[in-house]
Every structure is written in C-alpha cells, then in structure tokens.
Design a protein around this ligand. Structure first.
Ligand code: NAI
Length: 286
C-alpha cells in the first residue's frame, strides 16, 4: 500500500546487490512511495549482481561508485543531481564487508590491513559520503540520511568479529556528523539497527542460522524482515520524522531490550552442552 510519503523526493540508495539485499527492498518501497532514485554499488557488484533488473523496475539510473573512494563519491553526487534534476532528499548507506570474516580470521587473530578495509568499507565510507555531500552542498535542507547497523555495536555477539567495531564507528559517525549537518542544514542522520536478515552479507557471519533463530526466539515480535526494514526507512526518509536525528533506532522486534524469553529458555533447556568444548571434550575457541 502506498501513502505517497516520498512524493517528489530524490534519493540515492547504496548497496543493492540482489533481491535479498535490504537496499533492494528499500529501493522498491521508496519508489512505491513516490520517490525518484539513483542506485549505486561498486563496479564489480554492478556487473555481477542483478541491479539492472532493479533499475528497470524502479526506473532508476545506476551510477557505479566505490563507497571508499572520494573521487567516485564526488562523481556520484554530481551525476545523481544531474540525473534527477535537483538536490538529494535522502540517502541510504547499506554497505558492509569484512575480509577477516571472509578469510575466517578470528577476532584474536585479525589481519590489520583487512581490519582497515572492514572499517573503511563498513563505516568510514559513511563519513566520506556525508563529507562529500556537504562540500558539494548536494543535500536539500531537512534531508534524511540512514545507515544500517547491528546490535553487536553495543553488545558482544559470538562470530560478529571486526564488524562489531565497524558498526560502533558507524553509529558514532551518525552522531558526530548529525550534530554538524543538523545544526547547519537541518539534515537528519540516523542508523537503523536491524534484526538478522538472510542476505549475502548476513549469511557470511559465522553461525548465522543459529543467530537468526536465537534472535527470533528472543524477540517478542520476532525478527524484523527486510521488507519491514524498508517500511521503516520510508518513514525515516519522510517529513514525518523531521526532528529525529543522531539516533541508533532499533528495528529488531524488541530483541535489544530482552534478557531472556520463554521461547529462548525453552530451547536452551532442551540441551545442556558445554559450548567451550567439541564433542570429544577438547576446548575450542572462536
Ligand atoms: P548485501 O550483501 O546484500 O549488501 C551489502 C552491500 O555492500 C553489497 O551490495 C555490496 O556490493 C556493498 N559493498 C561492499 N563493498 C562496497 C564498497 N566498497 N562500496 C560500495 N558498496 C559496497 O547484505 P545486506 O544484509 O543487505 O547488508 C546491508 C547492510 O545491512 C550492511 O551494512 C549490513 O551490515 C547491514 N545489516 C545487515 C543485517 C543482516 O543480518 N543481513 C543485520 C543488520 C544490519
């Protein structure tokens, strides 16, 4: 159902790789609400993914950009304004990648050049896009900028590795830049802390199936889906949330306020295993 909440607005959506991507669902929803959009991803992702299909469906222009490159981001914000005929009203940052996770390096055995990459792609890119947008004066007054985060930024989750540090930094950038951009242009900057969601990035997390199930059992409303996340993004991009800024907004079915649920306890009681030992009794670390 459409409420025309974004009628006449122009947006840039980063990070739609395939139809499982959260950004993909957001792109579809914002267009349904009347927005015009530009889609962006790395040149490789644009070639390998199915972004063309999404562009057709949403009548969007695709402008490839590496979110860590100032040059690419500058060209993106300039071309996006040309393509849509004016300044930008909303931006979604939906980019993340950990080479340490991909290479199965545990948190106590990080490769620091990989860590720099994780932080650059998953967090500092958010600062870069905000700084580029501000220098070009590419955003309209009261524009709304969102990035997607995860609760592991606040509390430790097994297997989330260096991405937890990236998410903490991402949320901090939203606060620090939110102050400056809010003060000067009324621009709102927030992060949405989403439930575990089956996507390419999500499935790269160690033990993701278990994490998804645990989170679902712990949340009174159950896990929030990618479609529901897209609904929330629409509200945050709309004029109905003009005074919400610098927040980490939990969109997680209540997970972040829970300690233990009946469904969680019931499952836990089913087996008492020593999670620090494998089936032979040998101590394992992770
Ligand atoms: P996804 O794999 O569909 O999206 C990640 C995107 O990041 C891809 O499109 C990829 O091409 C892009 N990307 C990687 N390096 C880039 C670069 N240098 N420049 C520009 N783009 C780059 O997965 P998903 O889950 O939709 O991820 C979107 C965001 O949601 C990420 O920030 C992720 O951490 C966050 N998130 C995901 C959750 C999940 O369980 N899937 C839960 C909470 C947050």
């Amino acid at each position: 159902m459409s409420f025309n909440l974004l009628k006449g607005k122009r947006g840039i959506i980063f990070g739609a790789l395939n139809d499982a991507s959260i950004a993909w669902k957001v792109a579809e929803r914002v267009v349904e609400e009347g927005a015009q959009i530009v889609l962006t991803n790395t040149a490789v992702a644009c070639r390998m993914g199915t972004i063309d299909e999404l562009a057709k469906k949403t009548n969007a222009t695709i402008i490839p950009a590496d979110a860590t490159s100032i040059e690419d981001l500058t060209a993106l914000f300039e071309k996006a304004q040309e393509a849509m005929g004016g300044k930008i009203d909303f931006v979604l940052h939906s980019c993340a990648m950990s080479v340490n996770m991909r290479k199965k390096r545990t948190y106590d055995d990080l490769d620091y050049s990989y860590l720099s990459k994780t932080l650059d792609i998953s967090a500092i890119s958010f600062h870069k896009m905000l700084q580029v947008a501000k220098k070009l004066d590419a955003l309209n007054d009261n524009a709304s900028v969102l990035a997607l985060t995860y609760v592991a930024s606040h509390r430790t989750f097994f297997g989330y590795n260096d991405m937890a540090d990236a998410k903490s930094l991402l949320e901090s950038i939203a606060r620090s830049f939110g102050y400056i951009y809010g003060r000067e242009k009324g621009v709102r900057i927030n992060t949405i802390s989403q439930s575990p969601t089956f996507t390419t990035a999500g499935s790269g997390i160690k033990g993701f199936d278990g994490l998804y199930d645990f989170s679902d059992r712990m949340s009174p409303l159950g896990n929030a889906s990618a479609d529901e996340c897209a609904d929330y993004c629409v509200v945050m991009f709309s004029d109905l949330t003009k005074k919400v800024t610098m927040q980490t907004l939990f969109h997680d079915g209540g997970f972040s306020s829970m300690g233990m649920s009946l469904r969680g306890m019931t499952q836990y009681n089913k087996s008492f295993i020593d999670e620090n030992r494998d089936e032979t009794g040998k101590i394992i670390y992770g």
